[in-house]
Structure formats: structure tokens, C-alpha cells
Design a protein around this ligand. Structure first.
Ligand code: NAG
Ligand code: NAG
Ligand code: NAG
Ligand code: NAG
Ligand code: NAG
Ligand code: NAG
Ligand code: NAG
Ligand code: NAG
Ligand code: NAG
Ligand code: NAG
Length: 456
């Protein structure tokens, strides 16, 4: 593991509120402890895992959204199993899941109303047209916290996966958490399991911190991406543990002509101290939806175990946009198909209207300090013909091969770059002798600065 770390900002004072001292904390800052606190049971919810609590959650959020204007509000979910249909969050709001609290998503599709597709996608991701609601959602919010004592949000996705495989779904599956046009978001110390599709989907958001989050889905469940920052800026993902059937993290920015038109990049993103297990997908994917552009992603000190590839670029003709200024330092990889994988012919277009002249610009991708063992192939590097991926720098890499490793360790087409101190010996396209690949030294400022340490 790399030992250099980005220096932390000086700790700023935070209010430490024990439940009994809550009143004393009423004056705490906006992102701090909340003045108004209510349990979901106060709105009639029953935590027996059977009673449907959709109305109770809606009533709780509606009531607390009125009160939140004055000092913020927290909704406490006590121990128990709380079955509900989808619900929305509000601003200046904390959703607090106590130890042993589990919010269960209804498995009855009638509880999932249809909503509009995202403007940067133009249609649902699985099917054209509208899509099912997301389980927990919010639009145009500020200052939202989802936290607690590692309670669970359970999407109970099996019914959706079964119907998806059987091609019985007319509309796109919902995501477990989707926030749109929102800023100053903290998601910390909660567990997300069995999402119908993607897990966390911050979209058109700024200032998002996701820390100490566990995400679990069966490794063969369809499209259960862990965290997908989409057309979002200033996102920090740290100390998370993700096991999933698709990419642990996928940075995105809209789909083909819809993403090009919407034109909102994902940028200034930190991903560090992630542990990922995803045998058929990447630890971190950049794309495949990257049509609004992806820039300034800093991945540091990440671990992958039994994962197909590490930090993968997925793009293709028709997608437009760019992937640039990507920095990866410190990868510890155990049992990998490809240590380095770039793809220039990723399929899956929204419709037949993609612009055949919309060529992505993929350039400036630095990897350093990589240790990998039990590797099938070091590098599968495929750019786009007549639109090569350039400015690739790879340094200080040791990949130890699996007993059944490929004879050809690097296969490179339409890529250009340099390497330094890389084993096994790179392909000629990346064979020019470079120097240690740079990683930005200045800290990215991502608000809110400190996690508020409140218990309710
Ligand atoms: C959540 O809010 C969106 C608008 O932002 C709305 O379309 C949707 O119906 C709401 N969902 C629920 C369950 O209230
Ligand atoms: C949220 O903000 C966006 C962008 O400003 C706007 O287009 C949209 O109508 C707003 N949505 C809601 C539910 O207020
Ligand atoms: C949180 O719960 C998950 C699921 O039960 C568990 O895997 C994880 O280790 C827990 N995290 C902490 C910090 O206790
Ligand atoms: C693209 O066009 C073909 C032939 O016209 C049609 O069969 C197919 O469904 C279209 N695909 C999409 C995604 O619209
Ligand atoms: C090379 O990478 C390893 C991690 O794989 C790290 O421990 C070591 O410090 C790095 N060497 C240099 C010179 O940075
Ligand atoms: C090495 O990887 C193979 C799959 O390619 C796996 O079956 C095997 O268990 C791994 N060995 C170790 C020691 O992890
Ligand atoms: C190398 O990659 C090219 C382009 O993706 C592919 O056509 C070719 O089959 C690969 N060669 C081997 C030996 O895998
Ligand atoms: C990657 O590192 C190399 C070598 O230090 C440097 O020349 C290049 O500018 C770096 N790339 C970016 C995008 O900063
Ligand atoms: C993001 O956080 C920074 C630092 O706290 C703050 O200056 C900035 O205004 C925030 N941005 C938004 C859109 O709230
Ligand atoms: C999550 O847990 C960590 C470790 O116990 C703690 O430092 C952090 O403040 C917690 N986050 C929140 C939002 O309470």
C-alpha cells in the first residue's frame, strides 16, 4: 500500500450531542445536530416486518420538513424491521437508523410508482420510457444526512432480479437511493443490501461524503453497482466496503446524445480506502455513461479481492464527452483477471440516435504503486481506432501471475503512454520510459468538512 496520504483538513469543532444533551445542541450549525427529533413510531409505523409503513414514512417526512426550517430535523428508525414503499427525503434532515434497525423495501411493484427518466439518460436504463421510483429519493435538497449505528436499508431485490432475468419488467428498476440536484449530503455508517439495481446514485449533486458505508449484494445479481456518482462534483467516498454483482463504484455523466446535451461532468472526486469484491466487474469504472465528461478523479489506497479489473475506462464511439485527469495511487489487488483494462468499444446505446461522430476524449490517466497477485493478465488496453486513448502513465507496478496466466500479458491497441518500473514488461505502445506518475498533492475541499457526531 502507498503510505503517502492527502493531509486531512484541521478538525473543526463539532457538537457532540448525546441524546440527553440534545436541547443544548439546538444551536448547532446547519449540518450539525438537529433541533427536532421524532421516531417513525410517532407516525404510526410498526416494525414487525409485515405491516406496510409507506404512509407513516411519508407523514413523518412531511411533518419534519415543516419543522426542519427551524434548526433541522431527524427521523429516528428504532430497532425492528420497517417495511415500506419508496419515500422521499427533505432538506436539513437526518435519517437515523439505530443499531438493529432495518428498513425493508416493499416487494410489491404496485408500491413503486413510475417517475420520469433522467434528462441526461433520455430513457430508463433497462427499458425505454419512464422508470420505477427509487426506493429512497430526494430532489433539490440541501443538508441531508443518512447515518446511525450501522442500521440497514434492504432493497429486497431478489424479486426484481428474477423478473429482470425473465424479461418480465416493462420498466427500469429503481435504485436504492437516488438524490438529484442536491448538495451537502453525508451518508455514513449505514449498510445497504440487495438493491433492485444500482445502490447509491447521487446525480447532479455537489458536496457528497459517503463514509463507513457497507454495500452488499450477491456477486451475480444484475446491475447492483455500489456507488455511482453521476454528473456530480465534489464527491468523497472513503472507508467503504462493497460486495456486488456489478462495478463497486462507477463514475458516470449521462448517456450518449442525452448526456452530451445535458453536458454536466462528474468531477473532483475522491475514492479512498475502499475494499471491493466484484468477480465480474471493476473496482472503479469510469463510464460507460460518460457523455457529460469525467475529470479529476483521485483514487487512493484501495483494495480489491476477487475482482475482474481495477480502475477501468469504458467508452465508445457515439458517447462523446471525455475522461481525463484521472489519478490512481496505491492499489492492492488479489485475484484479478485484468490489472489494467480500458475499453473503447463499449456497446449499450440508448437508441439508434447516437451521433456516430461523437468521439470521446480519453487522456491523462495516471496509475502508480500497484501490487497485484494471482493475476490472469496485466493489461488489456483497447482504445478507439482513430481516436486513441493518450497520456497514460503507469509506474511502480508488480503483478504476480496466476498459475494459469495468459502467455501474452499486455495486449494494447489504440493507446499511447509511458511506463516506469512495471512488471511484467509492458506492451510497446506503453513502452516509452517514463518517470513516477504524478498525483495531485493539494487537498480537494469537499464540504461539509466534518461529520457531525450526533446520536439520537
Ligand atoms: C418523490 O419526489 C418526486 C419529485 O421530486 C416525485 O416525482 C415522486 O413521486 C416522489 N415520490 C414519492 C414516493 O413521494
Ligand atoms: C430541481 O432543480 C432543477 C434544476 O434547477 C429543476 O429543473 C427541477 O424542476 C427542480 N425539481 C424540483 C422537483 O423542484
Ligand atoms: C455494519 O453491518 C454490516 C452488515 O451487517 C457488517 O458487514 C459491517 O461489518 C458493519 N460495520 C461495522 C462498522 O460494524
Ligand atoms: C434500432 O433499430 C433497429 C432496426 O431498425 C431496431 O430493431 C432496434 O430495436 C433499434 N434499437 C433501439 C435501441 O432503438
Ligand atoms: C511502490 O508501490 C508499493 C506498493 O505496491 C509501495 O509500497 C512502495 O512504496 C512504492 N515505491 C515507491 C518508490 O513509491
Ligand atoms: C487464484 O485465482 C483463481 C481464479 O483465477 C482462483 O480460483 C484461485 O483460488 C486463486 N488463488 C488464490 C491463492 O487466491
Ligand atoms: C488483442 O486485442 C485485440 C483488440 O482488442 C484483439 O482483436 C485481439 O484478439 C487480442 N489478442 C489476443 C492475443 O488476445
Ligand atoms: C501523470 O504523471 C506524468 C509523470 O509524472 C506527468 O507527466 C503527467 O502530467 C501526469 N498526468 C496528469 C494528468 O497530470
Ligand atoms: C460545498 O462545500 C464547500 C465547503 O464547505 C462550500 O464552500 C460550497 O459552497 C459548497 N457548495 C455547495 C453547492 O453547497
Ligand atoms: C461513523 O463512525 C465513525 C467511526 O466510529 C465515526 O468517526 C464517524 O463520526 C461516524 N459518522 C457519523 C456521521 O456519525
Amino acid at each position: 500500500m502507498a503510505t503517502r496520504r492527502i493531509p486531512r483538513p484541521a478538525a473543526v469543532a463539532v457538537a457532540l450531542c448525546a441524546a440527553a444533551l440534545l436541547a443544548a445542541c439546538a444551536g448547532a450549525s446547519a449540518a450539525g445536530c438537529r433541533k427536532h427529533v421524532a421516531k417513525v413510531t410517532e407516525y404510526g409505523a410498526v416494525g414487525d416486518g409485515k405491516r406496510l409503513n409507506t404512509a407513516a414514512f411519508a407523514k413523518a417526512v412531511a411533518d419534519l420538513s415543516e419543522r426542519a426550517r427551524d434548526g433541522g430535523a431527524a427521523l429516528v428508525v428504532p430497532p425492528g424491521k420497517w417495511l415500506t414503499g419508496p419515500f422521499n427525503l427533505t432538506s436539513h434532515f437526518t435519517l437515523y437508523l439505530d443499531e438493529g434497525a432495518e428498513i425493508l423495501a416493499s416487494q410489491d411493484m404496485k408500491d413503486w410508482p413510475l417517475i420520469a427518466p433522467l434528462p441526461s439518460y433520455g430513457r430508463g436504463r433497462d427499458e425505454p420510457g419512464p422508470r420505477y421510483s427509487n426506493f429512497i429519493a430526494g430532489s433539490n435538497l440541501t443538508d441531508v444526512i443518512i447515518t446511525g449505528k450501522n442500521g440497514t436499508i434492504n432493497g429486497q431485490g431478489q424479486v426484481w432480479w428474477d423478473k429482470y432475468h425473465a424479461k418480465e419488467l416493462q420498466f427500469t428498476r429503481g435504485y436504492l437511493l437516488e438524490l438529484l440536484y442536491s448538495n451537502n449530503i453525508i451518508i455514513s455508517n449505514v449498510t445497504f443490501v440487495d438493491s433492485p439495481s444500482w445502490n447509491l446514485h447521487p446525480t447532479y449533486c455537489t458536496n457528497v461524503t459517503i463514509s463507513g458505508v457497507t454495500i452488499l449484494a450477491p456477486v451475480h445479481s444484475p446491475n447492483t453497482d455500489g456507488i455511482d456518482p453521476d454528473s456530480s462534483s465534489h464527491v468523497k467516498i472513503e472507508d467503504c466496503y462493497i460486495v456486488s454483482g456489478d462495478d463497486c463504484i462507477a463514475v458516470k455523466s449521462g448517456w450518449d446524445e442525452y448526456g452530451i446535451k445535458f453536458n454536466m461532468p462528474s468531477q473532483h472526486i475522491i475514492i479512498r480506502r475502499l475494499t471491493c469484491i466484484s468477480p465480474t466487474s471493476a473496482m472503479i469504472a469510469l463510464g460507460s455513461e460518460m457523455s457529460g465528461g469525467i475529470r479529476d478523479v483521485r483514487a487512493e489506497d484501495n483494495i480489491a479481492i476477487n475482482t475482474e479489473s481495477a480502475v477501468r475506462v469504458k467508452s465508445g464511439v457515439g458517447r462523446g464527452g471525455f475522461v481525463k485527469d484521472i489519478f490512481v495511487r496505491g492499489l492492492s489487488l488479489h485475484t484479478m483477471k485484468w490489472v489494467f483494462w480500458m475499453t473503447g468499444n463499449y456497446g449499450q446505446h440508448p437508441d439508434n440516435s447516437s451521433d456516430p461522430n461523437a468521439m470521446p476524449e480519453v487522456t491523462g490517466i495516471n496509475y502508480s504503486d500497484v501490487f497485484a497477485e494471482n493475476v490472469t493478465m496485466a493489461g488489456r488496453m483497447e482504445g478507439i481506432p482513430n481516436d486513441p486513448y493518450t497520456g497514460i502513465c503507469i509506474s511502480n507496478v508488480t503483478a504476480r501471475l496466476a498459475p494459469d496466466a495468459k502467455k501474452l500479458q499486455w495486449n494494447c491497441t489504440d493507446v499511447k503512454g509511458v511506463t516506469y518500473d512495471v512488471t511484467p514488461k509492458p506492451c510497446p505502445e506503453l513502452g516509452a520510459e517514463g518517470k513516477p506518475c504524478a498525483f495531485p498533492e493539494e487537498e480537494l475541499i469537499i464540504g461539509p468538512h466534518e461529520l457531525p457526531k450526533c446520536t439520537y
